[in-house]
Write a protein that binds this ligand. Structure first.
Ligand code: ATP
Length: 236
């Protein structure tokens, strides 16, 4: 069964429909890429999934239940976490404060401790720097905090919006290694990346979005060899 299922999802801003008729599935433990050029509607679709933007049409299911009208906090509590584009951390606060701030309100303290241990195990560098203010960290370390913060909500689906942007290749490799490990341990991933090569190499299945609609979908390895995908997104 799918973890997340989108059926005919439409949403937008004001009078404009930005994404139209999206069908998309993510299985438990599956790594899914959402690919498309600037303005294709990727971030808009992410907002429709995490509840920041209401659906205009269609249906969202999570574990077989409709979450179409659930609020963003309800979706977070249900296990959907987003690492937003630009990270949106608290730069004046420490690494630890940023992580703790995201632990779900009302959760037993033991859960919080366990989540912190998981984050520090995945990113030992954050453990070393737990008392450092986030604004003084490198871009890569900040991205690790953003991923760690999402993990503090104990999600089953992690949505990452442009996690590699502006980062050095070595740091990107480090972060993507952690993402691979998370998927192996059962997390579903939805990866939104402008770096199509990286995106298709790091996922199992991909959807290509153009002007708000899915124009191709398939195994990521197959899309990597698809002539039209190569021409449009890989500079062939
Ligand atoms: P990018 O990679 O550049 O972020 P994207 O594929 O994520 O692109 P979106 O950010 O979803 O694309 O934008 C899709 C369209 O929706 C664009 O035409 C954009 O101008 C428009 N749009 C995005 N956010 C808003 C908003 N808050 N109000 C009105 N229009 C918006």
């Amino acid at each position: 069964m799918s973890a997340l299922r989108l059926k005919n999802v439409c949403t937008g801003y004001g009078p404009i429909d930005v994404v139209r008729g999206i069908d998309l599935d993510i299985a438990p433990g599956q790594r899914v890429a959402l690919v498309g050029s600037n303005g294709a509607g990727k971030s808009t679709l992410v907002r429709a999934i995490n509840g920041l933007l209401p659906l205009r049409e269609g249906r969202l299911e999570w574990g077989g239940e409709s979450i179409s009208s659930s609020s963003a906090p309800q979706r977070t509590r249900a296990g959907i976490a987003t690492v937003p584009e630009g990270r949106l951390l608290f730069p004046e606060c420490t690494v630890l404060e940023n992580l703790i701030a995201a632990a779900t309100y009302g959760e037993p303290k033991a859960h919080r401790t366990q989540s912190l241990e998981t984050v520090f195990e995945l990113f030992p560098r954050l453990h070393e720097r737990s008392k450092q203010t986030v604004g003084t960290l490198s871009g890569g370390e900040q991205q690790m905090v953003a991923i760690g913060r999402a993990l503090m909500t104990r999600p089953r689906l992690l949505i990452l919006d442009e996690p590699s942007i502006g980062l050095a290749p070595k740091v990107v490799a480090e972060i993507f290694d952690v993402l691979g490990r998370l998927a192996k341990s059962g997390f579903s991933l939805l990866l939104v990346e402008q770096n199509v090569q990286l995106s298709l190499r790091s996922t199992d299945f991909a959807y290509v979005l153009r002007q708000g609609q899915i124009v191709f979908s398939g195994e990521s390895s197959a899309l990597l060899d698809h002539p039209e995908v190569r021409r449009a997104y890989l500079g062939d």
